[in-house]
Each structure stands twice: as C-alpha cells, then as structure tokens.
Ligand binder design. Structure first.
Ligand SMILES: [Cu+2]
Length: 410
C-alpha cells in the first residue's frame, strides 16, 4: 500500500458521470474534437460482484484522462467515491456505466458500494490511487496515514441520514433492511388526551399523560432477501399486524426517488378475528440534504370494525352503509433534518373514499438519532399505528402524546 495522501476533496475533476446503456456521451473534459491534446481516455474495466470490485485497486497518473467502465456481474450495485462526490448505481444485467474524469493531484480515494447488495455489502470496497505522473508505481508524495475523515465518510454511507428509520411516525418509509438482519421498534401512545376531560385531573399532576395507561406496540422486522423485509407488530390490545415490504426503487440512488410496495394483514384477538388487509405503494423523494417526503396511496379493507383507538369516537358518526367498509387513503409524511441528528416529522393521512368517521390521522414529532437508532416524541390526534387504525381515523378534539423507539441490529 502507498502513503500517497491527498488533503481535501476535489483533486480529481469528475467531468462526467454517465448512467445507463447505449452510446457514450461526450465527456465534458474532452472538449471539442481535436482539443485537449487529442488524448484518448484510458479505459479501465471494473466488474462489480457480490462482494468485490475487480480490480479493487485502481491506479492512475496525475493529468491522465480516465474512463471507468463498470458493470455488474450479478445484482445491482452502487459505486461511490465519496471524496470525489461520485455516486452512481450499476444496474444488474451487465450493462456498463461510465465514469469519466481527469486525474488531479496525487491521492487516495476509497471506493465503496453505495447500493445495498447483500450480506457482504459492507466489505465491498476498493481504492482509487492517483500517482504523480511518470511514477512507475505509487510512491509516497508526502503526508502520512489515512486521509482525514475517511472512515467517517464510509460509515456515513451505511446510515442514510435522510431516511434513518423504517417509519416516519406511523407511516412506513422506503428504508431497506439488510438481508438476515433485524430491527426492533417500540411504539407507545399515552391514552390520556393532552387536553384532558372530566375523567382526568390536572395535566401537570398527570405528568402530561405519562401516568395514564398506554397503548404499546412491539415490532420485529427481518430482512428476508435484498430489498425484501417482513415483520410482525403486536399491540397490547392484542391486535397483530403481519407485513411484507418490497423495495422497487432505492431512495439513495442518483434520482433520489424511492418506491416500495407493502402488503399487510392485521386482526384483533391475536389475529383470530376482524381481519383487515392493506396494500400500499410507498413513494419517497429526498429534497436536497435536509428532507425526505412521502406519498403513500393505500387501500385498506374491513375498516368499520371494533378496536378503534380514539376514545372520543362517536358511533353516531357512522353511516349505516356497508359500502363504507373499505378505505382508500393517501399517507403524506415528511422528515426534516433540522440538525445533523435531529428531525422534525409530520404526517397527514386523508381518507379519500370509504369509511370516514372521526378526523383524518394527523401527527407531529421530533426525533433524535444516535447512529441508526432513533428516539421520537410525537403528538397525534389518534392512537393508531397500523394501516387499519389510521384508516379508522382520529379524534376530532383530542391530542395524545406518544413516543417511538427504533433499534437496528446491524
Ligand atoms: Cu455491492
């Protein structure tokens, strides 16, 4: 290994990152034909496979025009060179992507796979080394040790700071769960309305509702396949939800758009009665480096059933119309990153057709992240956390305090 060190980014000019298949685009660095000394870029073919780049060590000379041709030998991968601001996805199927650049100052640039590709994803690394022109091999040109900040950058790739969790407040996100890994979530909703009522004492004396009975849910989630997760969530009212989620588009990809499909079934009395099925598309979009927004068209069946979770529910609100038993609703959510590890969250789930008793679910929260783990304090007009509970709506008058704790075991 060399001790070639570069301080600060931008030593290479990444002139063009071209995605997809078909014709190469003209790289920006090439200029007009005949300019730039007419130097043909050196093509370097790289194969990405589970879980390595081959070759993993790439050496180029200062000033050299380079074209990386990277193709996947199996599943989709990503290639990121964080110190150069490069991040591209490599599609499955062998179509190469091209990354064109002119090598700048001597230095070392870690390469990582930026698209979760399986159990050994974290091992999938490489190194791009820029050596002084004319050097036969990489030799130290000064400094020593690792470039500052390098391990942190690589670690940051593992936690997506814009989508750190599997849920916003109650709504699901498009965060992927690594295969064979699992995650755990606790939801806790205090049943005492913040604005109290005749049956409750002073809010302060009740410590903001923390003395009151609570609806508690525990969730276990497992990464079955790359992009596929399954889970079970049980509430202390003996309701159980079983769900499966499939990632279709990855939010951390270059377009910043995520898409998941989720199916779930839930029932009361330990899943022995009153089943409700739901199907949801989960669309996510990242806005700059500070927000993820979600739109989740969701269909839920058998909504008009017992087990409604807002105490002020008025049965008179119900129509005696059996057609109201299914709901089509759109979950809208956002997670705003207001500090590096602090987020503000909001959710609104209007029901567009079907059962519409009570108010539409509305919730706000503030969240602190520690690594990939989160603690969230939230305020909601309902105690609901599952698709059927959200479809049943919330209270028209009352607000409830709650919290979520999410823990990942990977
Ligand atoms: Cu990979």
């Amino acid at each position: 290994m060399t001790d070639v060190v570069m301080r600060g980014g931008g030593a290479l000019a990444v002139a063009a990152v071209v995605l997809g298949c078909g014709a190469w685009s003209t790289p920006a660095w090439a200029g007009a034909p005949g300019e730039g000394g007419g130097q043909e870029p050196r093509a370097i073919e790289v194969v990405a496979s589970q879980f390595a780049f081959t070759p993993s060590e790439i050496e180029v000379s200062v000033g050299e025009s380079v074209r990386l041709l990277i193709q996947s030998d199996d599943v989709g991968h990503g290639v990121a060179i964080p110190s150069l601001g490069v991040d591209a996805t490599i599609p499955p199927g062998g179509d190469p992507i091209t990354i064109d650049f002119v090598a700048g100052e001597p230095g070392r640039h870690p390469i990582v796979c930026s698209l979760f590709c399986g159990d050994g994803h974290d091992r999938m690394t490489g190194m791009l080394t820029v050596v002084a022109a004319g050097e036969g091999g990489a030799r130290p040109t000064g400094g020593g040790g690792q470039p500052p900040g390098e391990p942190d950058r690589v670690a940051d790739l593992a936690v997506d700071v814009l989508e750190p969790d599997f849920n916003v407040i109650a709504l699901p996100t498009t965060l992927r769960l690594p295969r064979n890994k699992f995650a755990f979530r606790l939801t806790h909703r205090f049943s005492r309305p913040i604005n109290g009522g005749v049956t409750y004492g002073n809010l302060l004396e009740d410590f903001f509702g923390f003395d009151s009975p609570a609806l508690i849910g525990l969730e276990f989630r497992y990464g079955l396949l790359p992009g596929t997760q399954v889970g079970v969530y049980r509430g202390n009212t003996k309701n159980i939800q079983i769900f499966s989620r499939q990632n279709i588009l990855w939010q951390r990809g270059p377009r910043g758009i995520g898409l998941d499909a989720q199916v779930s079934v839930e029932g009361l009395d330990n899943l022995r009665e009153e089943y409700s099925g739901s199907v949801a598309a989960i669309l996510s979009k990242r806005l700059g480096g500070w927000a993820s927004v979600y739109a989740e068209p969701t269909w839920v069946g058998n909504v008009d059933k017992p087990g409604r979770l807002h105490p002020s529910f008025d049965p008179d609100d119900l129509d005696d119309d059996d057609d109201d038993d299914n709901v089509f609703m759109v979950g809208l959510g956002t997670r705003l990153r207001v500090r590096p590890t602090v987020y503000l969250l909001g959710e609104y789930v209007p029901r567009l057709t079907g059962f519409d008793a009570g108010a539409h679910h509305l919730s706000f929260g503030i969240e602190k992240r520690a690594g990939g783990h989160t603690f969230q304090l939230n305020f909601s007009n309902s105690l609901g956390t599952t698709p059927a509970q959200l479809a049943q709506g919330g209270s028209k008058d009352d607000w409830f305090i709650g919290f979520n704790i999410a823990r990942k075991f990977f």
